[in-house]
Structure formats: C-alpha cells, structure tokens
Design a protein around this ligand. Structure first.
Ligand code: NAD
Ligand code: DAU
Length: 352
C-alpha cells in the first residue's frame, strides 16, 4: 500500500485528486494536510467519494470517515508537524498541491506567496530528504515558463521566465526541488499543468467567477480586450496525469500536462453565457491585470508518449459538465462567497 502525504487536499485540484484516489485506487492511504485558507474548504471533502467522470462510482463512504483518508489541519511551513506526520503515518511519498494559487492576489499581496510556495516547499523538501522518502512530487504550473506570442508551445526545455509574483514563487519552488535532487539525491518529479477547470474551483478564477456572476445577473469583468489565451484541462484529467507520474515516472523527470484546448477568455465566457441562457450585455471590459501573460499553450507529448497518459474529457463536454455542476451546487457556491469573498471582490473589482 502506498502511503501518501497530500498537501492542499482541501483546495480545488487537491480535493479532486483525493476524491479520485479514494474512489479508484483503494490501495493508497492518504494523509491530507491543509491549512484551510480562504481557498481550502472542508465542504470540498463532504458527501460520498465519487470521481467526477462519467464512469465515476460511489463506494458510499464519505472522505472524512474513509479509513484510507486522514485529514489534518496544518501548515506546510511547520517542519515539526510534517516530520511527525511522516513518522506517525509511515509516509513514503509527498505530493505538494498546497499553494497560494491566484495571480491577482499575488499582485496585491506577494509576501504570503513566498512564505507558502517557497518556504513551505523548502520545509517539505527538508523532511523528504531527512526521512529518505521514496518520492517528492511538486505540483507546479505552466506559468513558470512566462508568456507565449501567437505561435509555439511550452516544452519541458522552455527556460523558466515567470512574470507574476505567483509564478516567480512557483518557479523558485521548482528550482529548490531540483536542487534537493541534485545536492542530496531527493527523488522528485515536477508537473507543470495548464489552466484547470471543473467542480470545486474557488470563484476568484475565471470560469467559476463568471458562472457565479452570470447566475446572479451581475457584470462579468473581462480584463483588457478579453483575447488572452489559456489552454484548458478538465481537473480530473490533471489528476489522472499525476497518478501516472506517481506510478511510472523515473525520478528527476519533469512533465508538462495539458489538453490542447486553447481558448480566448471571451470564447470561454460566451460558452458560459450560452449554457446559462444569459445575455452578452452582462460583459464589462475592465482595467487589465498588470503584467498579464498573453498566451499559454502546453506541449504534452512527453507525458503522452512516455507515460501513456491521455486526457479523457473534451473541452466541449467538460465545460458543460462544469457549468452544470455550479448550477446544481449553488449552496456550495453561496457558502464559499459569503464572508471574506465579499471584501475580496470589492477590493479587486470595486473601482476597476
Ligand atoms: P487552491 O488555491 O484551490 O488550493 C490550494 C490549497 O492549499 C487550499 O486548500 C489551501 O487551504 C491550501 N494551502 C494554502 N496554503 C497552505 C499552507 N501554508 N499549508 C497547507 N495548506 C495550504 O489551488 P488549486 O487551484 O487547487 O492549485 C493546487 C496546486 O496546483 C497549486 O500548487 C497550483 O500552483 C497548481 N496549479 C493550479 C492550476 C489551476 O489551474 N488551478 C494549474 C496548474 C497548477
Ligand atoms: O496556467 C495555470 C494557472 O492557471 C495556475 O497556475 C493558476 O493557479 C491559476 O489561477 C490559473 O492562472 P490564470 O491567471 O490563467 O487564471 P485566472 O482564472 O485568474 O484567469 C484566467 C484568464 O481570465 C486570465 O487571462 C485573466 C482572465 N480574467 C480572470 C478573472 C478572474 C478576467 O478576464 N477576468 C477575471 O475576473
């Protein structure tokens, strides 16, 4: 039985990963460590465990009473806690999802991004080195490569050239992971995925924010000309890619993950409006994000040919499933946008 420490498993991708693992890979035991920041939510772990795939099955048990899952509230910067967890639960692998993940917040308040994304990763690496863990998997991002012009895609050889405090902190973490491999022989992998979408994403990010606003007939704040391009991947497919890395990747390898779904932001927003039957007049062009990366696109041929991974959900299918999920889970939406979110929204969009 693999014994995993998953950090950030109450966030968007982490909770989808834990859900997939408990539902499809019962031969793994997971300690889920999460600080429960504004983005981490135990409601992401409520209800029966079931994959968000058409084939997803429920084993009837919830997350929090599942014998293969132990949730612990805590900070990845707390080295003593990490060491205790690794010893007590005989952890063999750390998968580090925990991060401050929103670019706009990193522009308003960069410091916490350095604390969690850099110091937190360093703290986990020190334990992985000292306890000689079998593997350390760092969940990174395509944003470490910077921005593309109209042509080309990011490969694993593309030089790191981050543009925001968020992506700079993720690039620093990646470099630390590689340095621990080089200096102390820590066995690691780094994954760099493009934009994820799907259930349980916090509505500060494009798709859930626009869906939530459209449901409430509120303005949809489009940054700049709306022609920025992102390469979208359904979150379940990101999770299956990480599972392939966990099972098959040789140590020291880096993998790009993406689904070849480049869309402008306006294309995505039009799809949301169409699915919800709302008018384009809700769109409001607002002041652009400072330093906004124009285009991301992933060349995923290394993970496709090397680890035999394939995305399973097309963008057309995934976006409909995602919008429908938010429509069907308005109680979840209402709960996450209460409290702190209102202040955030006012400060980010109030005078824009
Ligand atoms: P998220 O913001 O939804 O979740 C992050 C989680 O980490 C939250 O549950 C939060 O409580 C937890 N966390 C934050 N600081 C912590 C700390 N100090 N200690 C413990 N837990 C802490 O983020 P996400 O979108 O799920 O992203 C997960 C990872 O995937 C991140 O590392 C991100 O950089 C990476 N990534 C995200 C995307 C995307 O499109 N969302 C794409 C590629 C890579
Ligand atoms: O590429 C992977 C990255 O994707 C991850 O590493 C990040 O954690 C994740 O947040 C995401 O970053 P982006 O900045 O691309 O995602 P976001 O949803 O914030 O924005 C997507 C695009 O939509 C971007 O061009 C900015 C634009 N946008 C976003 C918001 C929130 C708007 O036009 N209006 C908005 O209100």
């Amino acid at each position: 039985m693999r014994r995993l420490l998953v950090t950030g498993g109450a966030g968007f991708i982490g909770s989808n990963f834990v859900r997939m693992m408990l539902s499809e890979h019962p031969d793994c035991f997971i300690v889920n460590l999460d600080k429960l920041t504004y983005a981490g939510n135990l409601e992401n772990l409520a209800g029966p465990v079931r994959s968000e795939t058409p084939e997803g099955t429920s084993n009837g048990a919830g997350f929090l009473d599942n014998p293969n899952h132990k949730f612990i509230k805590g900070d990845i910067c707390d080295g003593a806690l990490i060491e205790k967890i690794v010893e007590q639960y005989r952890i063999d692998t750390i998968i580090n999802f925990a991060a401050e993940s929103h670019v706009d917040r990193s522009i308003s308040e960069p410091k916490i991004f350095i604390e969690t994304n850099v110091t937190g990763t360093l703290t986990l690496l020190e334990v992985a080195r000292d306890k000689k863990l079998e593997r350390f998997i760092q969940i990174s991002t395509d944003e470490v490569y910077g921005a593309l012009g109209p042509q080309g895609k990011f490969t694993e050889e593309t030089p790191l050239s981050p543009n925001s405090p968020y992506s700079a902190s993720k690039a620093a973490a990646d470099q630390l992971v590689a340095a621990f491999g080089h200096t102390w022989g820590v066995k690691y992998n780094i994954t760099r995925c493009s934009n994820n979408y799907g259930p349980y994403q916090f509505p500060e990010k494009l798709i859930p924010l626009m869906t939530n606003n459209a449901l409430d007939d509120k303005e949809l704040p489009v940054y700049g000309d709306g022609l920025y391009v992102r390469d979208w991947l359904y979150v379940y497919d990101h999770c299956t890619a990480i599972w392939q890395v966990l099972q098959k990747a040789p140590p020291g390898e880096i993998y790009n993950i993406g689904g070849c779904n480049e869309k402008t932001n306006l294309e995505v927003i039009y799809l949301i409006l169409k699915r919800l039957g709302k008018p384009k007049s809700l769109i409001k062009y607002v002041t652009d994000r400072p330093g906004h990366d124009r285009r991301y696109a992933i060349d995923a041929s290394k993970i496709i040919s090397g680890l035999n991974w394939r995305p399973s959900v097309s963008f057309e299918e995934g976006i409909e499933k995602t919008i429908d999920w938010y429509v069907q889970n308005q109680k979840w939406l209402a709960n996450v946008v209460s409290g702190e979110y209102q202040k955030y929204y006012e400060s980010m969009y109030g005078n824009r």
